[in-house]
Design a protein around this ligand. Structure first.
Ligand SMILES: Cc1cc2nc3c(=O)[nH]c(=O)nc-3n(C[C@H](O)[C@H](O)[C@H](O)COP(=O)(O)OP(=O)(O)OC[C@H]3O[C@@H](n4cnc5c(N)ncnc54)[C@H](O)[C@@H]3O)c2cc1C
Length: 493
């Protein structure tokens, strides 16, 4: 088969390479050139599991090494990345420094790995995407950069199938070519983005003294600062640069720099963290970052997730979702060309997953007003991903089953409906009692899939990787205690 992949972000390059390994003739077309700046940097355990499966199935040993911090540093020290031990959240209030207030401290840490060696990474996309495009070319993909794909060129290429990996607008190759209608009206989440990369961002404990020890050092994580206007992400790379951005529910007045200064003045602890930080490129504001199309596949074409829909960086879903979709398409191409039934299945899953990410994130925005409610809402995400991770790692789910299992509980009769039900409840929440009941309700709703004790007040919002708890919950995974214990080394790396 002759396949064109449009767009050489990591997702396009990786899929192109897998297809070449399968024996297809692949042309990878890139409008720009590498290395190039990109955001979308924080990976997760599910992303790493997908990378490891792709590595095993198609012999891509670099993917195996990139899937864990220690292996990455040992094998590819020149590819810049940041250690990510988990997800850190703080709630800030306007005009007040972040306060330590015993068990009411508005701080949530959820460990994603038990040690630095097998931890996740933030990907410095300029380096990582460049690596993947070079690896694709080395595997026999015909790579053409600085190429705008026109109808004439497409005809000349005589391809049997097009994969659109060109990302959201201003990418969106197939959307423009076929006039695929927007489905953005389905998306509740609505936010703009003010961002850059910075040198010299201080560590949280250097600004706020006396924090009780957490399951990992707070800053070696995807750090989320929740504010009245939305939230800020802060991702620290090992070489001292930090990727940071405010994700804002409404546009503030003034230039990007003025908006930035305004927010730093309003939230003194964030102001202290960034007081001496230098942007490495001009601060940029992007109006509504969400996008959504009404179709992900058609006659001999398919979109990768980022070309199809994007919701929000909250919960770092993008990389894992893209890798899951790469696995699915790669499986379809193993048998030659994806069939109409394959494509319909792929399309339906992507649509349900985009909706699921949206209701979960839109609910989280509503919940941000009260940290206890936000922490409960976040538990829906953590329960879904840790259950999926445990099933994939410990219960030895097959590659095919893992790839075609819905992301974030889609298709799971227990967890699937929880995000939407929660979004509805959050919309109705008015009183302190409503909030208390919501927290209780989440704990009950996730219980059938909760392998980590999420929502248990004894953790005081500081969740380690608790293997004893996992063993106690063996039945949730349908495993005996003994089988689970014997599988545990797979979690320690
Ligand atoms: C603000 C923000 C923060 C994010 N944070 C996270 C995060 O922390 N964790 C996470 O997992 N995900 C995150 N994401 C999502 C993540 O960015 C995407 O999942 C990821 O970039 C998808 O990669 P990709 O290769 O599909 O597309 P892209 O990285 O968008 O690459 C598309 C490529 O296509 C090229 N292109 C565009 N148009 C054409 C054309 N017509 N012809 C040829 N080439 C073209 C572009 O030049 C580019 O190289 C974030 C996204 C945003 C917007």
């Amino acid at each position: 088969m002759r396949v064109a992949v449009v767009g050489s972000g990591f997702a396009g390059s990786l899929l192109a390479r897998v297809l070449a390994v399968q024996g297809h003739q692949v042309v990878l077309l890139e409008r720009g050139t590498h290395p190039r700046f990109a955001i979308g940097e924080s990976s997760t355990p599910l992303a790493n599991l997908a990378l490891e499966r792709l590595a095993r199935r198609y012999g891509l040993d670099d993917c195996h090494d990139i899937a864990a911090h220690g292996r990455w540093v040992a094998r590819f020290p020149e590819l810049r990345r940041g250690l990510k031990r988990g997800f850190t959240f703080y709630r800030h209030h306007a005009g007040r420094p972040f306060a330590i207030d015993g068990s009411r401290t508005e701080r949530l840490l959820v460990a994603a790995s038990p040690n630095d060696h097998i931890a996740d990474n933030h990907w410095l996309r300029a380096d990582v995407d460049h690596h993947f495009v070079r690896a694709a070319a080395a595997a026999g993909v015909e790579y053409r950069d600085r190429t705008e794909l026109t109808e004439e060129l497409l005809k000349a290429l005589r391809v049997d199938f097009i994969v659109d990996a060109s990302g959201p607008p201003p990418g969106g190759f197939m959307a423009r070519r076929l006039g695929i209608p927007s489905g953005l009206h389905r998306t509740y989440t609505n936010a703009g983005l003010l961002f850059s990369h910075f040198d010299g961002v201080r560590l949280f404990p250097d600004v706020v003294a006396g924090l009780p020890a957490g399951p990992y050092p707070d800053d070696w994580a995807a750090v989320h600062h929740i504010i009245d206007e939305g939230w800020m992400y802060s991702l620290r790379f090992d070489h001292g640069v930090t990727s940071a951005g405010f994700v804002l529910k409404r546009r503030l007045s003034g230039s990007p720099q003025e908006q930035w200064d305004q927010l730093l003045r309003r939230y003194p602890t964030i102001g202290d963290l960034f007081r001496h930080a230098k942007p490495l490129m001009p601060l940029t504001y992007r109006h509504r970052i969400q996008h959504r199309l009404t179709r992900a596949t058609g006659d001999n074409w398919a979109l990768l997730p980022h070309a199809y829909a994007f919701v929000d960086p909250l919960f770092s879903t993008g990389i894992a979702w893209s890798l899951r979709a790469i696995e699915r398409l790669a499986l379809c191409f193993e048998r030659g060309m994806p069939t109409p039934a394959d494509l319909a299945r792929y399309d339906a899953l992507l649509a349900a997953e985009a909706d699921q990410i949206d209701v979960l994130v839109a609910g989280a925005y509503v919940a941000m007003a009260h940290f206890d409610v936000f922490a409960a809402q976040a538990m829906i995400y953590f329960a879904a991903v840790s259950f999926a991770e445990a099933r994939q790692r410990l219960a030895h789910q097959s590659s095919e089953a893992a790839a075609w299992t819905g992301f974030l509980g889609v298709g799971d009769p227990q967890l699937g409906p929880v995000s939407r039900a929660s979004f509805r409840r959050l919309g109705r929440m008015r009183t302190r009692e409503d909030r208390r009941l919501f927290v209780q309700w989440v704990r009950k709703a996730i219980a059938p899939r909760n392998v980590c004790g999420f929502g248990n007040p004894e953790y005081q919002n500081l969740y380690p990787v608790d293997l004893d708890e996992l063993v106690r919950r063996h039945a949730v995974l349908g495993m005996s205690r003994e089988t689970l214990v014997s599988a545990l080394p797979a979690l320690r790396g």
